[in-house]
Design a protein around this ligand. Structure first.
Ligand SMILES: Cc1nc(C(=O)O)sc1CCOP(=O)(O)O
Length: 204
């Protein structure tokens, strides 16, 4: 299942800081994405092994872009982008790997779906400091994109607990969150709010 809550690392925390947040929120989130573009493969292998030592399941971990590293470390999945290997070639090589694709248009989403992605992440929906200077795409575009594909669409960008219900009402299967959990002073409380929103929104 790809629905629910995806936590995404912000590329700015130390491993220790990220482990702290991950441990706190892991009971409330479905997936934990390691999105640390500037780090070496060796560093990321260490991230995975330390997260696992801290009771984060490999089944919860998703690696941004680095497919071979995800396969080698036997974690759950990869999040592909327009800079990474194609969905179709990854799907052909690794039939059982969870494959998400980050998309920014209906065309990209449809291509990902046809190519065998399990889900797409679409954004950014709301204005967010994590994507400075770029116009948000908004709920209407989210709703339109969701209707144009038959795989789950996860909403990303400026997601707060209060906004979860609105994206779920537009048909999202879940939300991906960076600052809403990473920068929170009370990540457990915040994660519970996010989870409440996802549950209420999806039961509509
Ligand atoms: C990782 C990411 N991808 C986006 C996209 O639009 O594809 S927006 C984003 C950052 C989301 O951060 P926050 O939860 O702090 O708004």
């Amino acid at each position: 299942m790809t629905e629910g809550i995806h936590l995404i690392s912000n590329g700015k925390q130390s491993l220790e800081e990220f482990i702290k947040v991950s441990k706190a929120v892991s009971p409330y989130v479905n997936y934990i994405h390691i999105r640390e573009k500037h780090r070496t493969d060796d560093e990321l292998v260490e991230w995975i092994s330390e997260l696992v030592k801290n009771d984060i399941s490999k089944g919860q971990l998703v690696m941004n872009e680095r497919v071979e590293l995800a396969v080698r470390t036997e974690i759950k999945g990869v999040q592909l982008t327009d800079h990474s290997e194609d969905v179709s070639s990854v799907r052909m090589k690794y039939p059982n790997l969870l494959i998400g694709r980050s998309v920014h248009s209906v065309e990209e989403a449809q291509d990902a779906a046809i190519s065998g992605a399990d889900y797409v992440i679409f954004g950014h929906i709301f204005k967010t400091n994590s994507k400075p200077g770029l116009l948000p795409r908004g709920l209407e575009q989210l709703g339109h994109l969701i209707k144009s594909v038959d795989i789950p669409v996860i909403a990303v960008g400026g997601i707060t607990p209060k906004r979860v219900e609105s994206v779920m009402t537009y048909g999202a299967s879940g939300v991906a969150i960076m600052s809403g959990l990473i920068d929170s002073e009370k990540p457990i409380e915040e994660a519970k709010h996010f989870l409440g929103g996802v549950r209420d929104g999806s039961s509509r």
